[in-house]
Design a protein around this ligand. Structure first.
Ligand SMILES: [Zn+2]
Length: 255
C-alpha cells in the first residue's frame, strides 16, 4: 500500500476519503469515529440521563443525513438503555424502516406535513420537531436534527439572497431551544456525511426519498467553493452570525 492510500488518522487502514479543509485522508472507521465524536460531544452538552428517551427528526429533504444520524445515535445510546423516537415523513417510512432493521432501541413515528421552500423549511422543521416531541409521554430529553455545516451556510446565504430576515432566521436555527434541540452535525461539511453514508450503503435511500427543497444551484456552488478553498470562512460562519446578532442588539437605532 502506498502512503497515498494510508489513513492519516490510524495510519493502518486504507483511506477512501479526503477532507479538503484539513487534508486528512480517512478510512471508513476513522471517518465514522469522527462523526461519533461530534454526536457524543453534543449529547454530553445536554447531560443525557441513562435509560432516557430522545428523538431524532428526519426532515423531508434530509432523510439520508437523518438516517445516518439515527443509526449512529442508536448505536451509541443502546449501551445506556436510551430509547430513540424517530419522526419520519410518512412517504419515506417504509424506506427508513428497511434501513434500521436490528436497531431494537428505535421506534419510527411517521408524520404527515408539507415542506416549505428553502431555507424556511429548516426552521419550520425544527419547530415541528419540537411540537411532535412535546406531544409524547414520557417527554423526550432532547430532539436531534441532522443539519450539516453546509446546510446552515447555504441557508444563511439563501436567506440573504431572498431578503429574508437572514440573521435572525439563522440565529434561531443555531440557538433555538438550546440545549434541548441538538444539531450534532452542525460543524461537519455535508461531504463527510455523504461519504460515510456511501460506505454504509445508505446512499440508496436518496433514490426513494430525494430532497424536495434545497438552495439554488448558485448558492450550493458558492458554499461548495468556500468549503474547499476558504474553509476558515465556512467554519467561522456560526461565530460570525452570533457576533453580528450581538452587534445588532447592542447598536442603538437612529430614530
Ligand atoms: Zn483510519
Amino acid at each position: 500500500m502506498s502512503n497515498v492510500d494510508v489513513c492519516t488518522s490510524c495510519r493502518r487502514r486504507h483511506a477512501f476519503y479526503v477532507r479538503h479543509a484539513s487534508g486528512e485522508k480517512l478510512c471508513r472507521k476513522c471517518l465514522e469515529k469522527s462523526l461519533l465524536k461530534h454526536i457524543r460531544r453534543s449529547l454530553r452538552g445536554i447531560g443525557l440521563r441513562p435509560r432516557t428517551v430522545i428523538s431524532v427528526y428526519l426532515p423531508r429533504s434530509w432523510v439520508l443525513e437523518g438516517l445516518l444520524l439515527l443509526r449512529l445515535v442508536s448505536n451509541i445510546e443502546r449501551n445506556y438503555g436510551t430509547h430513540v423516537l424517530c419522526f419520519v415523513p410518512i412517504n419515506c417510512a417504509g424506506t427508513v424502516q428497511s434501513f434500521i432493521s436490528g436497531l431494537s432501541n428505535v421506534s419510527l413515528i411517521p408524520y404527515r406535513k408539507d415542506e416549505l421552500s428553502f431555507p424556511s423549511c429548516m426552521l419550520n422543521s425544527t419547530l415541528h420537531a419540537e411540537e411532535l416531541a412535546r406531544s409524547f409521554e414520557p417527554f423526550p430529553q432532547a430532539v436531534l436534527l441532522p443539519y450539516s455545516l453546509t446546510d446552515l451556510n447555504e441557508g444563511f446565504l439563501e436567506a440573504l439572497l431572498v431578503k429574508q430576515e437572514a440573521l435572525s432566521t439563522m440565529k434561531k436555527l443555531y440557538t433555538y431551544g438550546i440545549p434541548w434541540v441538538v444539531l450534532p452535525f452542525k460543524d461537519l461539511p455535508r461531504r463527510d456525511l455523504y461519504a460515510l453514508a456511501y460506505t454504509n450503503e445508505l446512499i440508496e435511500a436518496l433514490n426513494s426519498c430525494p430532497p424536495t427543497s434545497g438552495p439554488t444551484p448558485e448558492i450550493s456552488e458558492i458554499v461548495h467553493e468556500m468549503t474547499i478553498y476558504h474553509s476558515e470562512l465556512t467554519y467561522r460562519m456560526e461565530n460570525s452570525i452570533t457576533a453580528l446578532m450581538k452587534f445588532r442588539v447592542s447598536t442603538p437605532t437612529k430614530d
